[in-house]
Design a protein around this ligand. Sequence first.
Ligand code: AHR
Length: 509
Amino acid sequence: MRHAKVLIDRDFVIGHTDPRLFGGFIEHLGRCVYGGIYEPDHPTADERGFRGDVLALIKELGPTVVRYPGGNFVSGYNWEDGVGPAESRPSRLDLAWFSTEPNHFGTNEFIDWCRAAGLEPMLAVNLGTRGGDAARNLVEYCNHPRGTAWSDLRRAHGWEQPHDVKLWCLGNEMDGPWQMEHKTAEVYGAIAREAAKMMRSVDPTIKLVACGSSAHNMPTFARWEDTVLEHTFDHVDYISLHTYLNNYRRDTASFLASPDLMDRFIEDVVALADAAAAKRRSDKRMMLSFDEWNVWYRTGRRRTDLLKGEWPVAPAILEEVYTMEDALAFGGACISLLNHADRVKVACLAQLVNVIAPIMTQKGGSAWRQTIFFPFAHMGRLGRGRVLRTQVESETYETSGILDKFFALHNVPYLKMAAVAGDAGSLSLFILNRDLQQEMEVSVEARSFDRLSVREALELRHHDLEATNAEDAPERVKPRPLHAVGMDARRLLATLKPASWNVVHLAPS
Ligand code: AHR
């Protein structure tokens, strides 16, 4: 049995969670849109073609904001192809995913889907093959009320009221050589700045995200942020980060430690953003948009795998099947995001349906929850409020050397956790036991709280770390009540199973 001790104080606050911290991502990629959120022939589809069973699961998952339409896809996308009468929309080759894009679903359908799901849209503009002109036209099409060619075109297309999209990404992963019209930081920075100026001239109320690095281990990391912020600091509100955790090396202990690299990535980008502020003697604090994060490593983007001599519509690609082990690493990532709520103000789980996703569908059939569904749903439902500092005393372990080509992790605490104080004196704890063999007895002292009692306690675990959910076994992995938990005066005592994700919600007695 391992032991861990945690101290929190209601007044020691890291930051408030922004509702946009609990976002998701829908890309024109594989079966995310077609056969995912949109399948007109499906028995549960409404008159717009939106799958009702998927909408119900999205509501249960609880994302708040959704990024669209890419991803790599956006860097070759002509948004005009996706609006107007469906029968006159062109099919195009999508060079990002070696597919054919039929353009049956576009910006207006996406906005309608967001409204049906109760979500805020976050649009990305193409700064790969296109630039500031197409971007400012899209803002005008979406947000300008009436009386100009683009806004009247929207009205003619059947959307009388402006979409009022507040959050916009200035391109996607422009540091990546895989990106269509990938750019140097110098070139991207200048284009992003000019696009930002024009987009804001059309609608001064919008918020903008500049592309940071597409991974912490990109060779251009840090120099990229420096240069891009040099150009865009005064014109944008957020800088982006992306991370996909992996277990390429089949080393579970290291895999479960790897979310700690997200902490480091965030802290490095904060340092770079604040250095940019210091150079300007500015008190502006650039916020972070972690607008792609997940576990992803089994499926890939190799042209030969994807194309197979054809250019299919909505091929079943990147359909990662998530294990129990993945859900644990994923839960660690949720904790990393919560613990940086002071600076990470937007985050998007990439992606939502079928493509590296918590929700899977069968064409014409059912929809089910993957293992990673649960930590996200817990975080979204119980993680709103003031994130508190946690002082953790836990035994630690070593990862086997270097985790990726730049980073090693030493002295990794077996216990990783976040604590969020909610309304009316409540407290939610998200606790990962990373020990693969031993139970952990945890004692949490919650200072300055009224007397609390346990209102809800759940654990997610499975004796087989390779266990997955599937269409014919949709509930093999699911949260169950955590029984070994109780209060002793102001101290919470819990015994956590090895390799488990645990959530405890407390409220004043
Ligand atoms: O989410 C899948 C892909 O990962 C996105 O299209 C891209 O931005 C990232 O490389």
